[in-house]
Ligand binder design. Sequence first.
Ligand SMILES: Cc1ncc(COP(=O)(O)O)c(C=O)c1O
Length: 463
Amino acid sequence: MASVHKLKERAAEQREAQNVKTFANRTTPETHYRALDRPDISYTRFFTRMNLYFEEYEKHKEIQNPPISFADGVADPVEFRNSPLLTRLFGNAVEKHLYAGYSRARGEPQLLEAIIKYENLFVDRKYDTDNISMVNGVMRGTSLLLDVLVTYNRTNEFTHGLDEILVILPNYPSLSGIALRLHDAGLTSFKTTLAQETEDFSITASEVVRGITEKTRIMMLTNPNNPTGKYIPRRELEKIIEVCNEKRIYLLIDEIGDNYIFDEGSRKANYPININSEFVVRLRGPSKERNLAGVRIGYVLANKELIRDIEDQVPFSDGNPPKLANDFLIEDARLHYEVETCAPTTLEKDAITYKQEIEKNEQKLLDARNYTIKRLHNMMGVRKVIAPEANFNLFVQFAHEGGSHDLFEKILMTTGVIITPGICFGVPDSPDGAWMRFTFATSFEKLRRGLELIEYFLNTRGA
Ligand SMILES: Cc1ncc(COP(=O)(O)O)c(C=O)c1O
């Protein structure tokens, strides 16, 4: 068994070395591989290692610990099951649209209207239906936007190879990966700035502004942040937007985690008055909020010219979600609006069910969050826990000298528990300890068992 394991490990190392070499060959000579600049490589390395463990476990169940993953970045499908109401809405859409052909490039008008009506509840300057385009999820929306901004090049007049995409870290590695692909193709330069003025990686305007150069044309960040679950304070976001407008830098804000808000105030409090301005592009969708990642739908809110560029540039069969998904979401958006605006006593039957489902999941997630924070706080070897304001990830720092990838491997090999190394989100290793992301949207039983094993590892390592 040990030798099989060693062989696999060696194969993974070789694959990883090959990855680094391949990327290195594609980048300009002065670009060196540094973990902070290539979170995508750290992420690939993490996935390779994790998958290897899964394969090993299948073969050696009797001696390997069963994997327990807190690295998924989505809610547990059993614990946060799609509800009978959603299933019925989906069924209705299937009946109506399965053979109905392509949807409109920007999405079905009824859906655009329903979403804009809902979104306008939260902003001071209102959007209209020319400010929105449906996309195949936030990830595809991001790659589509970068395609349009960088290669179509009408709105932004990008100078190929020179102009820069600035990614504010910590950030979701696949987003950096999309920007890095353009860099690897020689179309843009790539820069990162790590939010480090605050203890909890909260993004401040001053450090974002310091990261901007003469060449910056696009900036990317997540709000709330992935992995920390912290919102950018309203005033800071307002200042960042002011600078972007002044310097004509497109600010792409990934808001996929803007749900399950744990603090009392509504999310409206987080939007400054200038959120709907020319250079702000917001990407939103139900993948996390309604556990609908499998439906592959999301939307972009942006200025009308950019939305038109997306529509002109993207063929109707690429980038826009199927008619079926469009139709399914119309009813969902309508119910969302009802729940936000109507007094509970006047809600229709479906809206009452919808509200109850949301509240049930919110309570379950709040309990899971508080339980996880409490357990982690009480563990020897845990340095800091950042309590998230929204969504279902938290960022935790362990006392560990070998770096976050090393800690991930050690916990995995000792216990079978999987948590994501902070290096994947662009947080560098430091002598202070290793940062790790923990997804807590799962059952109590799994949380209890997994946290117990992590504690066991922390108490016994080096023993
Ligand atoms: C920050 C962030 N953006 C986008 C996505 C993917 O969103 P979608 O399913 O809408 O493509 C994820 C998924 O984990 C994410 O964490």
